[in-house]
Structure formats: structure tokens, C-alpha cells
Ligand binder design. Structure first.
Ligand code: ZN
Length: 397
């Protein structure tokens, strides 16, 4: 939820984050120096001190201590998992050699005692270091507001980004039962087209349905032109600013990077929603490429683009998966090997089937189609087959 505080409220929120994070850094130094790791032990040692020295209420003090304890738990897990490299590696030694530090405006959790929601007025009342801030307005999409009202549970994180204020609220929604899919909508991920969808129905259903084999029937393409233009502009700006390397240039770059990420996430949300709605409307499940092998498939010259797009594909796949689960739509992940070279009409697989980036033309049967639609139909067909196999196993069990 985005908060819309008045200037006075914003100042109080900022002072609050600065106070709790100063406290967190103090607690962190004590935890580090005295090697106290368990949250309970840490609370016993520092609770009184934190309340007195930083003017924190009981709940904010406890949350601050817990935030520090949780950060050390996460650090220990990362050290164990080798995230910082092997023992005695420079990165690992650096991570182990000093207390964890918190940014002045690092996010802070608030529970129901420190934060209350008035959904009708669309305002919150929140604890701040200068007393309770009342009637702080918040906003969100109609869907977000409805879900917040119905399903919010537990703590919310207060955070500040680029001068804006947000509350990350947690919602818990029980999944509706999965509907048995009447065929699958295949989703092909790409760059010129972020996503292309095409349906396929099981052979038995296809015989009774209207002929679904017509070229491109039921296919949809979601263009990446706008997103690619934003990325291109960002790359240009980065090239110009990196030459400067000043502090303000760095800040501007960081802000632009976040803006680009928000735009990409927003685009992915919109596409995911349309795909899930279409699957729901037509009674299809959704077949996605198994993204483990996406790096092999997106063969671009520039490695950073591969990283960028593979990250974006994972995000879109994730959005589709959770939105589908929420709508009772089945999702299946299929092997994406050769989906772009295989003919979706006759099954003939040949790299010459793909004379250009955009066109598919089968050298065996002559079937021609937009390359992404052909790939999406292959993914859908694999979804139908994989679902039948996993279901046969269900029936046998
Ligand atoms: Zn063919």
C-alpha cells in the first residue's frame, strides 16, 4: 500500500525509522560483541537500555530487537549455505568481521498494536517516535484494497523508497480448489513479445470441439515494445551517467533502476493477469516453460541482457503461478527444449523450420505460423500430454 502522508506525518515517519534503525545498530553491536544470538537472550540484555536510550515503546523496542536477531539468523544461514563463499574467503571474512548494520531508513515491522487500519476512511493510525500519527491516508488498486480488507494478517513493514512511503502488508488467502483443465494455454516467453499464448486441447475434446487447428486461433501476443523502449532509454542514460561517476549521478542511476524495475513488474502483473483471466474464461490450465533452462534458450550476445531477461521471465512465471493458484487454474511446467524448432502441426523438428526470428515454416509439411505462436502451441501440447501422464498416475494410485 502506498501511504500519502502530509509533510508533518512524513517527517514523523522518517524520524521513527531513523530512531528504530539507530537503536537496531546499537543492539547489533552488542549482539556482535557479546555473541548473543537468540532473540530471547538478546531481549533480556538490551530491552531496558533500548527503551530508555531511544525512547521506543514496548512493542517497537521488541520489534527492533527481533529485527536484529532475525538479521543474524539470516546471516548465519547464508554463511552456512556458502552465500559468502568458503571459510576464509575475503567476502566471508568481511561479512563475519563486523556487526550487521542497518540503513537509516531500513524497513521496520509494525504489528496490530502499533498500526491500525480504517478501511472505510482509507487511513491508518501508526506509532511514531513522536506519538501516534492518526489519519495517514493510503491508496492501492481496487483489488489490493479489497484483499487488504478481507485477508490482512499479522505484521506490516513500513518502508521508504525514493521519497515515497509504503506499507508492505501480509495477506493470507486460502486457495480455491483446482478445476480440471479442458486443455492448456501454452505460454512462450520472449523479448520482442514478452509472452505469446496459444491453446491446445486433448485429442478427445478436440474431436468434438470446433476445429482448433486453424492457424493462430485463440493465440495472443503481449508486446515487449514499451518495456524494451524503457530499458533502452535507461541503458543510454546509464552510459552517460557512468562517465560522470559523481555521487548525485549514482543516486539518479539507482532511482532510475528502481523505476525501471517497477515498470517491468507492473507490465508483468498486467500480462499475468490477462493470461490467467483468459485461462479461467476458457477453462484451460496454463503450461509454462520450465525456466531452469531459460539461459540456454535465450542466446544473446550480451550476457547482462540474458541475466535481465531471465530475471524478468522468472518474475512473470511467478506472477502467473500465484495468480493462477488464486483463481483455481492448474499450472504445469514443461520441458522447453526445441519448442521453437518443432512444427506444432506435424511434429517435425529442424532448425531450418525457423528461417527468421519471427517466422516458422515447416520444411516437412509446409505449415507456417508466427514463430512465437508455434512455440506457444508446442508448449500447450506438452502441457496436455504431461497433465495426462501425471493424472494417469493419480488414477492408478
Ligand atoms: Zn510440419
Amino acid at each position: 500500500m502506498r501511504l500519502l502522508p502530509t509533510p508533518e506525518q512524513a517527517a514523523a515517519l522518517e524520524a521513527t525509522l531513523r530512531a528504530v534503525n539507530r537503536a537496531a545498530n546499537e543492539v547489533s553491536e552488542i549482539a556482535f560483541a557479546r555473541k548473543i544470538h537468540a532473540g530471547r537472550d538478546l531481549r533480556r540484555v538490551v530491552y531496558g537500555q533500548v527503551r530508555a536510550a531511544f525512547g521506543l515503546g514496548s512493542q517497537p523496542a521488541q520489534h527492533t530487537i527481533k529485527k536484529v536477531a532475525d538479521a543474524y539468523t539470516a546471516l548465519r544461514a547464508n554463511l552456512r549455505n556458502g552465500t559468502y563463499g568458503p571459510a576464509n574467503s575475503p567476502r566471508r571474512l568481511k561479512a563475519e568481521s563486523k556487526p550487521i548494520s542497518f540503513r537509516p531508513l531500513a524497513a521496520q515491522p509494525f504489528d496490530d498494536r502499533c498500526l491500525s487500519w480504517d478501511h472505510d476512511a482509507q487511513t491508518i493510525s501508526i506509532w511514531t517516535s513522536s506519538g501516534r500519527a492518526k489519519n495517514v491516508a493510503f491508496t492501492g488498486s481496487a483489488g489490493q484494497l479489497a484483499r487488504l480488507r478481507e485477508h490482512r494478517r499479522g505484521e506490516s513493514d513500513l518502508l521508504s523508497r525514493d521519497g515515497m512511503w509504503f506499507l508492505l502488508a501480509t495477506i493470507e488467502i486460502p486457495d480455491p480448489p483446482l478445476r480440471e483443465p479442458a486443455g492448456f494455454l501454452g505460454v512462450d516467453l520472449g523479448i520482442a513479445n514478452i509472452a505469446t499464448t496459444c491453446p491446445a486441447t486433448p485429442p478427445a475434446a478436440a474431436a468434438t470441439a470446433t476445429p482448433a487447428a486453424g492457424a493462430g486461433l485463440g493465440a495472443a501476443r503481449y508486446s515487449g515494445a514499451k518495456l524494451n523502449a524503457v530499458r533502452h532509454r535507461h541503458r543510454e542514460l546509464r552510459r552517460r551517467l557512468q562517465a560522470k561517476a559523481t555521487k548525485s549521478a549514482q543516486r539518479l542511476l539507482k532511482k532510475r533502476r528502481r523505476k525501471e524495475a517497477r515498470f517491468a513488474a507492473d507490465t508483468n502483473h498486467v500480462i499475468a493477469k490477462r493470461i490467467v483471466t483468459e485461462a479461467q474464461r476458457t477453462g484451460h490450465g496454463i503450461a509454462l516453460e520450465d525456466l531452469q533452462s531459460i539461459r540456454d534458450r535465450v542466446r544473446l550476445r550480451k550476457p547482462q541482457r540474458v541475466t535481465l531477461h531471465s530475471w524478468s521471465f522468472h518474475q512473470l512465471g511467478g506472477f502467473i503461478t500465484y495468480k493462477a493458484r488464486r483463481a483455481g487454474v492448474a499450472v504445469i511446467h514443461v520441458d522447453p527444449a526445441y519448442t521453437s524448432r518443432q512444427c506444432s502441426a506435424c511434429g517435425h523438428t529442424d532448425r531450418h523450420n525457423r528461417p527468421s526470428q519471427a517466422t516458422f515454416s515447416c520444411t516437412s509439411c509446409g505449415f507456417a505460423e508466427h514463430a512465437d505462436v508455434n512455440a506457444a502451441r508446442n508448449i500447450a501440447t506438452r502441457g496436455v500430454a504431461d497433465w495426462a501422464v501425471s493424472h494417469a498416475a493419480d488414477d492408478a494410485a
